[in-house]
Design a protein around this ligand. Sequence first.
Ligand SMILES: [Zn+2]
Ligand SMILES: [Zn+2]
Length: 328
Amino acid sequence: MLAMVLNKSRGALEPEQRAVPAPGPHQVLLKVRACAVCRTDLHVVDGELPGVRHPVVPGHEIVGEVVSCGAGVDIATGTRLGVPWLGSTCGTCDYCRSGRENLCDSARFTGCHLDGGYADYTLADARYCLRLPDELDDVHAAPLLCAGLIGYRALTMTGDARRLGLYGFGAAAHIVAQVARFQGRDCCAFVRPGDTAAADFARELGCTWVGGSDELPPVLLDAAIIFAPAGELVPRALAAVRKGGTVVCGGIHMSDIPSFPYALLWGERVVRSVANLTRRDGEEFLALAPQVPIRTHVKTFPLDAANEALQQLREGRLSGAAVLLPRE
Ligand SMILES: [Zn+2]
Ligand SMILES: [Zn+2]
């Protein structure tokens, strides 16, 4: 099988021929049908996350088909499963036992500590795989598994905010905008100044106001979610939310947040992050997706063009999500 392998931090992925692995206890062997490219993959490749295993096969938005099961797993061959970022947890710590397995200190993440979906086949712990709605085909379902899931978790952190700002209009925001509209919220999009393609994309998805990330909306927001990995957006978003409003940082990595006057936080404004996902988030969100219904915008690349897909994401040249397709 072909695997695209990261052998060292800040390297390019290298194509490698490997033997198809055999599933161990609790695992399934999946034939990868599609794997979306997440910004976190860029952080893995660019050496911006601690603890990445080398060599590793990136990719944690995997749609796969069950080929065989390890001991203790009984899932029919051919069943379609989604593999998200959360690969396993300890199950016994305070976090795991209080519904916050996303914070488990022993969690292992797909495409970071465990080989992921930039390959023809992958192994996954069946207890952490998600069933996918039949309404979505493989390519369009793949971006739901992180962009969608983390976006959804970030959206729930905004409570009942009616007027919502989205900073950075990429794969996650284009899904969140659809869910937010479905829930009767009003979305404003903040894009890189001069990025007319992102601005048009945001308008197309129903954002009622679209402006540069250096602009203030005409009316203050109830909450904002920052998807772009730029720390300078935190004080800007705080300036755009009204008293009592929340700014949610949705990315796993961000450049340093510059100092800012306390007046921006005053008035019971809140800044918080969103970390990883729980299996419950996955089940809730994937049940909601066909009701909206969420339509993901994708650009497909052959698996062996993974470096090109990552480069287009790095340069902000994608509308929606990149998805890698293995050979048939
Ligand atoms: Zn734990
Ligand atoms: Zn991700």
